[in-house]
Ligand binder design. Structure first.
Ligand code: FPP
Length: 249
């Protein structure tokens, strides 16, 4: 039976977030430049987006460029920016046709003007998409996001728009860049490392984690399905006991 058919449709993770790691090592293993690994990484994104559509996943968040990635050699940063903008602009018509809506989370003010403008165009172009929402984390880090939220909350309290007593988990979440997006159910990290790397620290509070040694360029359709099937075998207790969970099912 194809792996896609083994997925239980009534227990899908609505939101999958992915830390796409291992492009550089994939290239090094083949005696290639790191940039070749990133190019192959784009092909993997295409396969995984198609697979997410087939599996009816509603939200897919990809950690494309972290705040810390700005510290990479200038040439690699430039190559990554160019590759991302080229790829996303090239794929936009197809994404639109397939009902994919693109959005971005991250400190877009740090992007070069041409990149921010191109990204904004893709967001506008796909805004009517009602199938998969593809969230690109660009110039993103969770600590940046949390500090930015704290600043916005403080400004609103000073202005009198928000009362200190009104700050709770729900209001706090509404100040995050992910305010319109449900928290991820499943986090996948490729490339063999088992860490969270400043990604969605708040939003991953109750996500299931799935780590694989596969380098991102080798990750494909069946790898996504395997992760979903693994997720469906987990019991999500949200701090409760197994008995309590069984009683409500
Ligand atoms: C991690 O591999 C990957 C990245 C830092 C960049 C990922 C970006 C892409 C695949 C392109 C994104 C394109 C679009 C359209 C969003 P690494 O370089 O850290 O690999 P390593 O750990 O093996 O060195």
């Amino acid at each position: 039976m194809p792996l896609l058919d083994k997925i239980e449709r009534n227990r899908l993770p609505a939101h999958i977030a992915i830390i796409m790691d291992g492009n550089g090592r994939w290239a090094k293993k083949r005696g290639m430049e790191r940039s070749e690994g990133h190019k192959e990484g784009v092909n993997a994104i295409k396969k995984v987006v198609e697979a997410a559509l087939k599996a009816s996943v509603q939200y897919l968040t990809l950690y494309a460029f972290s705040t810390e990635n700005w510290g990479r050699p200038t040439e690699e940063v430039q190559q990554l920016m160019d590759l991302m903008i080229y790829a996303i602009s090239r794929e936009t018509p197809d994404l639109k046709k397939n009902g994919v809506k693109i959005c971005c989370i991250g400190d877009m003010d740090r992007l070069p003007k041409y990149a921010a403008t191109a990204m904004e165009e893709c967001i506008q172009e796909t805004a009517q998409g009602t199938g998969l929402t593809l969230v690109l984390a660009l110039s993103y880090s969770s600590k940046w996001e949390l500090v930015a939220a704290a600043r916005k909350i403080t400004a609103d309290v000073v202005k009198g728009v928000l009362q200190e007593g009104d700050i709770n988990e729900e209001t706090f979440a509404s100040y995050l860049t992910t305010c319109d997006i449900p928290d991820p159910d499943l986090l996948i990290r490729t490339g063999g490392e088992q860490r969270i790397s400043n990604f969605l620290l708040w939003q991953l509070a109750y996500a299931e984690f799935y780590f694989t040694d596969t380098f991102w360029p080798d990750f494909g359709e069946n790898d996504l399905y395997a992760a979903i099937i693994d997720y469906q075998g987990r019991e999500r207790r949200y701090g409760k006991t197994s008995d309590q969970i069984e009683r409500v099912q």
